[in-house]
Design a protein around this ligand. Structure first.
Ligand code: NI
Length: 138
């Protein structure tokens, strides 16, 4: 297990009060845990900018009745099969499909795939959740 080091942080009182109220809303048990997550978020951002292996998920909501859409989404996924780990298709209701595409690979390619899928006409909403492979995370 890694050695734990304590350090002091000087903060504007008002900023600290706002931070405490934010972490209470988000159910953090203490400041240390919240600060650890903020630091990790910054490292994940850096991985997406400078790294070569990231992980994440692309989520799409689209119209089930547009059959052309389904085949377009599938065609694009075949072109990017090297970075797609798995795809889950959920029939949300009579009209809407939810697709979750788990991705891992080069951040630029993952971003390009997400942008390509999100910009297809008929896709109602798309997000890219940018995460990490966890390899370099402490
Ligand atoms: Ni469906």
């Amino acid at each position: 297990m890694a050695e734990i080091v304590r350090f002091g942080v000087s903060l504007n009182k008002e900023l600290l009060e706002k931070f405490d109220s934010l972490i209470r809303e988000r159910n953090y048990s203490n400041r240390s845990e919240a600060i650890r997550d903020l630091i990790r978020d910054e490292f994940v951002k850096k991985e997406w900018i400078e790294g070569d292996d990231v992980a994440g998920a692309i989520t799409l909501i689209y119209d089930h009745h547009r059959k052309d859409l389904l085949s377009k989404i599938t065609d694009i996924q075949h072109n990017y099969q090297k970075i797609i780990i798995s795809t889950q298709h959920i029939h949300l209701d009579h009209d809407n499909c939810l697709e979750i595409i788990a991705v891992r690979g080069n951040p630029e390619q993952v971003q390009r795939l997400a942008d390509t899928l999100k910009s297809i006409k008929g896709v109602k909403h798309g997000t890219l959740s940018m995460s990490s492979t966890g390899k370099d995370m402490v």
